[in-house]
Design a protein around this ligand. Structure first.
Ligand SMILES: [Zn+2]
Ligand SMILES: [Zn+2]
Length: 412
């Protein structure tokens, strides 16, 4: 943009604006920001003022009536931001502004005069100018899509606030201990407030997979909190073995973002020996949470079953063969009726094979692969006819699950 490119129209707008009172180059230039690219608003404002002076217009000096000389104090905002950012590890950031009511009103006033058709909002300029300076000083890049940290310039409070976006890590967990829920269970009596029944912990169980992982992970990321999103969950009494269950942990307000995940796997293992282990950790994007929450998965279980009357091994094998490829119709089990709607689910059994059989004790170990969401205890017992067919029905005798381990969760 050169002085002689300016139309009479634009010059007329500028003349009206400077008549209102002293105005800084940034605020004047911003009113015609969309006319030309390649210049800063400050440069645009300078050119406009020169043109006006050659036309004999008197330009008042003094405090800018629009921004109160905010742009002269950019460095103050930059150093406030850098001070806050010092504590955090990040590669990408974005600057945002909460404009005060005063400035909003001033801006509306100037838009009334300028017509606003070529103008850029004050906060857009402030974000960009402070952002450029932070980029220069830190070597980090501004990211408009997915910044790791958002720097908010709060013009009301004169303070810089940070919004630190979470880190997401995908992995699989194995659980070796029974009686360990995936996430914290609030005490049913007191709903978490703490009572005699829960020994004033507010919890049904002292620990959970989530709490154990959190204990090891949070210290490394120096985060505020952590949530574990599991791809389904196993029974509290079931162990999770084999390749483990997929999960994503969300670490909120992390001060560190580049933790060595191999080291983290070892740390979790050491600190939670005999309870849990995590494997295959990798950094992922937020979308992964929804992905594993909605994922359809096939499950493989190892089940120890007690038979109520003596059954021959061939008889048992025949019954298991009949389950393979069968779609099981399962009404909501009696034991979960109090918290689940009563409906009929259809789930397929892909494989059912005998691992070992103790004829004397009538105890057998079976491995079953099926669609996720099939209730295994009921597939064995029949749940008083609510699950059809069942092992119990096929054998013509009572059958009950004694032990249940999840061996694999296969994402589809
Ligand atoms: Zn100004
Ligand atoms: Zn309680």
């Amino acid at each position: 943009m050169r002085a002689d490119d300016l139309s009479e129209d634009v010059i007329e707008i500028a003349r009206k604006i400077v008549k209102e009172g002293p105005i800084c180059d940034n605020c004047l230039g911003r009113q015609i920001a969309k006319i030309s690219s390649g210049l800063s608003n400050e440069e645009r404002g300078k050119i406009l003022k020169e043109v006006l002076r050659t036309k004999g217009v008197k330009i008042e000096e003094g405090k800018c009536w629009v921004c109160n000389c905010l742009f002269e104090n950019l460095e103050r905002w930059v150093s406030k931001a850098l001070e806050k950012l010092k504590e955090y590890e990040f590669d990408s950031f974005l600057v945002g502004t909460k404009v005060s009511g005063m400035l909003l009103e001033n801006e509306e006033q100037i838009w009334e005069i300028s017509g606003a058709s070529y103008a850029e909002p004050l906060k857009a300029e402030l974000n960009r100018e402070v952002g450029k300076r932070i980029e220069r000083r830190t070597g980090k890049r501004a990211d408009f899509e997915m910044p790791e940290v958002v720097v908010i310039l709060n013009l009301w409070t004169e303070k810089v606030e940070l919004q630190v976006n979470p880190v997401f890590i995908y992995g699989r967990y194995r659980k070796f201990k029974k009686g360990l829920p995936q996430t914290r269970w609030f005490c049913r009596e007191c709903m978490g407030r703490g009572c005699e029944k829960c020994n004033f912990t507010g919890k049904m169980y002292a620990e959970s997979v989530e709490e154990l992982v959190k204990g090891s992970v949070l210290a490394e990321f120096k985060g505020g909190d952590m949530v574990l999103h599991g791809c389904g969950r196993e029974d509290i009494d079931a162990r999770m073995l084999g390749s483990g269950r997929p999960f994503v942990v969300e670490i909120k307000e992390p001060r560190r973002r580049k933790v060595d995940l191999q080291m983290l796997e070892e740390k979790v293992k050491e600190e939670n020996e005999g309870k849990i282990e995590v494997t295959g950790l990798q950094y992922v994007k937020r979308e992964m949470v929804a992905k594993i929450k909605n994922a359809k998965a096939d499950k493989t279980y190892k089940v120890e079953v007690e038979l109520k009357t003596k059954v021959l091994e061939t008889h048992l094998k025949n019954a298991l063969n009949k389950l393979i490829g069968t779609v099981i119709e399962q009404r909501t089990p009696i034991r979960v009726m109090h918290r689940r709607a009563d409906l009929v689910r259809k789930r397929k059994v892909y494989d059912a094979r005998l691992v070992s059989f103790d004829f004397e004790e009538q105890i057998c170990v079976i491995e079953i692969k099926c669609n996720g969401g099939l209730y295994i205890k009921e597939l064995i017992s029949g749940d008083e006819g609510r699950t059809k067919p069942s092992l119990s029905e096929l054998l013509g005798t009572g059958a009950e699950v004694k032990e249940l381990d999840v061996m694999d969760v296969e994402l589809k």
